[in-house]
Design a protein around this ligand. Structure first.
Ligand code: GLN
Length: 498
């Protein structure tokens, strides 16, 4: 039973629980058993508390027994990225500077998971403050890709992707500032969605780059991602950039899944040199598939997308240098050198020197430089202008086509350690995902096969205009259904047993 349960989708589990065929406690226990069995090799979680998880599950079973109307995911377990505040669990953003911190409030996303009756299994590992593409920048050590334990699971939401790909959880939360949901989903064979910016709340999300940070779902199927998207998204008065409009009908779109007559644009700038041949081969097959399903495919040029990466690496560090100023050794977590002889400034400097890892320090320095007087217009100001040009490229493209497609990442999962000392190589992992963060539009990654060279998963990225989140689910579901017919089941079934 237990082995059966962990392979089920969130939608199937919700069905079993609501029909009484399984209890939330049984389902939680099956996943806790799986965590106990594989966590030593995967290392997806930074915090698991089986007793607390079972208590949450028991509450859901009691509420159901009492006849309470519960949401569509009630009783389904979830792995929660450790960047969202949780009153009953530590919240660290995988940084030493926050080790042991217990937040006084729940993030809106956390609160909505609880209200929907989702059972939180624990907090997942990530790149420190969500800066990275491999989860190697965690103060607690790397997470391993369940497809090949020597490879990275993507990042920054790599604990979340690994947990779902290893069947430790059917669902996980992530955050995407430059690709941190879509890239880990792509390299672990999952579905990962970055909603429209402002479509999901940032309240209680430890800030990296506030104009880009977007919470979103990771799951094994498009429908599961949509169900989770719907459960935690929507307007939040606690977040001043939250969009005061209904959540687009993502679940309905995921159930429908069709592309007949849809105009699909292939982004000309994404492909060619620097892309792994096996990634391009699977991508081109996916494009042919869309055509065979009735979509009209054209090539579209978005000339400024080439400048997205450099613009992002000015804007994101600038915002991070400001956001991370609050970690001063006075308010949260770690404090170093407070021996009654040192000044407050000295304690702050010692705390930050010891509390932040090298990548975080690099970003703070880059951002402080880009924002300093005399450089502001040349760097930050220019990057913001480029950002506008990228948004205009999207606008022009969406006058011709309904969605844009590209590979999600230029390569499959790379070996742990390979890019750790080469930040530029690491940054390239987000080449294709960053434009949608800069413009704020919706984008999803769905599995489109395994690369021939290494038999590792490849992701197809589907991008739609702002607030057309349902459209990427509709296309993603059509692709998923057609590919699963071809493969005779989900891609993840091809992963080696752990
Ligand atoms: N890899 C990118 C970075 O390091 C994106 C991270 C993210 O989306 N949080 O900034």
């Amino acid at each position: 039973m237990s082995a059966d349960i962990i392979k089920k989708t969130a939608a199937e589990l919700a069905g079993l629980i609501s029909s009484g065929e399984a209890s939330a406690v049984e389902v939680a226990q099956a996943h806790l058993d799986r965590i106990a069995a594989v966590e030593d090799s995967v290392k997806a979680f930074t915090h698991v508390d089986p007793e607390a998880t079972l208590a949450q599950a028991r509450t859901v079973d009691e509420r159901r027994a009492a006849g309470e109307a519960l949401g569509p995911l009630a009783g389904v377990p979830i792995a929660h990225k450790d960047v969202f505040t949780t009153t009953d669990m530590p919240t660290t953003a995988s940084s030493k500077i926050l080790e042991g911190w217990r937040p006084p409030y729940d993030a809106t996303v956390t609160r909505r998971l609880r209200e929907a009756g989702l059972v939180i299994l624990g907090k997942t590992n990530m790149d420190e403050f969500a800066m990275g593409s491999s989860t190697e920048n965690s103060a607690f050590g790397p997470t391993h890709n369940p497809w090949d334990l020597n490879k990275i699971p993507g990042g920054s939401s790599g604990g979340s992707s690994a947990a779902v790909a290893a069947y430790e959880a059917p669902l996980a939360t992530g955050t995407d500032t430059g690709g941190s949901i879509r890239q880990p989903a792509a390299v672990t064979g999952l579905v990962g969605m970055k909603p429209t910016y402002g479509g999901s709340s940032r309240y209680g999300l430890i800030a990296f780059a506030s104009s880009l940070d977007t919470p979103g779902p990771l799951a094994r199927t498009v429908l599961d991602a949509a169900l989770l998207h719907e459960a935690f998204s929507g307007h939040d008065p606690m977040d001043s950039t939250s969009i005061d409009q209904p959540v687009p009908p993502v679940v309905e779109a995921a159930r429908r899944g069709e592309v007949g007559g849809l105009r699909v644009g292939v982004v000309k700038e994404f492909g060619g040199e620097g892309y792994q041949p096996g990634v391009l081969a699977r991508f081109h097959e996916a494009v042919e598939l869309l055509e065979s399903l009735g979509a009209k495919v054209v090539e579209v040029s978005c000339p400024h997308f080439t400048y997205a990466l450099p613009a992002y690496y000015l804007i994101a560090p600038s915002e991070c240098s400001s956001n991370l100023a609050r970690f001063d050794g006075m308010r949260y977590g770690l404090r170093v050198g407070d021996d009654q002889t040192r000044s407050a400034e000295e304690v702050m400097a010692l705390t930050r020197a010891e509390g932040f890892g090298p990548e975080v320090k690099r970003r703070i320095m880059l951002g402080t430089y880009a924002l300093s007087s005399g450089y502001y217009d040349a760097y930050y100001g220019k990057a913001q202008q480029v950002r506008t040009l990228i948004a205009r490229d999207f606008d022009a493209a969406f006058e011709q086509v309904d969605v844009l497609v590209s590979p999600t990442t230029p390569t499959t999962a790379f070996p742990i350690g390979e890019r750790a000392d080469d930040p530029m190589a690491m940054y390239l992992a987000d080449l294709c995902t960053i434009p949608s963060n800069l413009a704020g539009n919706a984008a999803i990654s769905v599995p489109c096969g395994l690369a021939d060279e290494d038999s590792l998963p490849v992701g197809l990225q589907i991008m739609a205009p702002v607030l057309a989140d349902d459209r990427v689910y509709r296309v993603g579901a059509a692709v998923e259904r057609a590919l699963q017919d071809r493969w005779g089941g989900p891609l993840l079934a091809k992963a080696p047993e752990l």
